[in-house]
Design a protein around this ligand. Structure first.
Ligand SMILES: CC(C)(COP(=O)(O)OP(=O)(O)OC[C@H]1O[C@@H](n2cnc3c(N)ncnc32)[C@H](O)[C@@H]1OP(=O)(O)O)[C@@H](O)C(=O)NCCC(=O)NCCS
Length: 249
């Protein structure tokens, strides 16, 4: 049952919110604002300047945990848009942005300046580096890794079980590892336990079944390497090479 019925302001530039659960929580002080319709469970720590929108739920205990058992940390200047649900145990850096109705299950580590779009689902134990951007409607299952500056397009699906419902499936969950700066085009599907190399580019709707070498473009089902990103050209003549900024005209 809830302990403290209201918010508790803590020092250190952070606000420890210990609202009774699951009550609506009304707070507007300094630059941090939590909409009156938001539900904030105990042990949620909001940095300065965080904005929490309508009907957001923060710190939902995962199954088997009690409210407040696991800390939830959301860094300074984050914007949590309406209907987002963030489970307990997420440790999120500064400048985080969620779209509307984004879902983050428990125990994810998320760096600074990360953006996760509307209706995207992040399962648990996902590692997301600084500057990662994930578009709308994506699905990122447990044990996936996105290194800094990776980019994921709309409706992309990562997978983590090669043989669904195998009796040992839960013992071998392994999500994809998307290395630094790699980009995944719209509607692509990534099979489990593979690596998309640094700065690689996965074409729209590709089905990636094996590792993608760094800086390579892959397309199709099954996805095959078609060229290096260094050989892509801009069809609009804005620059010689979209991924070589020194070639800008
Ligand atoms: C893969 C991609 C980067 C290729 O870019 P490009 O400048 O069109 O490159 P190319 O013209 O050299 O295309 C290479 C070949 O792959 C084919 N191809 C391009 N994209 C493809 C795709 N997604 N699926 C299958 N084949 C594709 C092209 O038809 C071409 O075939 P060809 O050599 O037989 O003519 C681009 O098509 C793509 O899919 N970008 C991602 C778009 C996206 O999802 N954006 C999200 C924004 S919200």
């Amino acid at each position: 049952m809830p302990d403290a019925p209201g918010p508790v302001a803590a020092g250190g530039g952070r606000t420890a919110v210990a609202a009774g659960y699951p009550v609506c929580y009304d707070r507007a002080s300094m630059a941090t604002s939590v909409h009156s319709t938001a539900v904030v469970y105990p042990n949620v720590q909001l940095g300065d300047g965080v904005t929490v929108g309508e009907y957001v739920v923060l710190g939902t205990p995962p199954r088997g945990a009690s409210p407040g058992e696991h800390a939830t940390v959301i860094g300074a200047d984050s914007v949590i848009r309406s209907h987002t649900v963030i489970y307990a145990g997420n440790i999120i850096g500064a400048g985080f942005q969620s779209g509307h109705a984004t879902l983050l299950r428990e125990f994810n580590h998320i760096g600074d300046q990360v953006s996760i779009g509307s209706h995207t689902v992040i399962e648990h134990h996902v590692e997301i580096g600084d500057g990662v951007r994930i578009h709308s409607g994506a699905f990122i299952p447990e044990y996936s890794l996105l290194e800094p500056e990776a980019w994921v397009g709309p409706h992309v699906t990562f997978t983590n079980t090669l043989h669904p419902l195998c009796p040992r499936a839960k013992d071998c969950l392994r999500g994809p590892r998307v290395r630094r700066g790699a980009k995944i085009g719209a509607n692509a599907t990534l099979l489990p336990d593979l690596e998309v190399g640094e700065m690689a580019l996965v074409g729209a709707a590709a089905v990636v079944v094996q590792d993608v070498p760094a800086r390579m473009v892959v397309v199709g089902n099954p996805a095959r390497v078609v060229r290096s990103i260094d050989l892509l050209t801009c069809p609009y003549g804005l620059m010689d090479s979209p991924y070589n900024v020194t070639s800008e005209r």
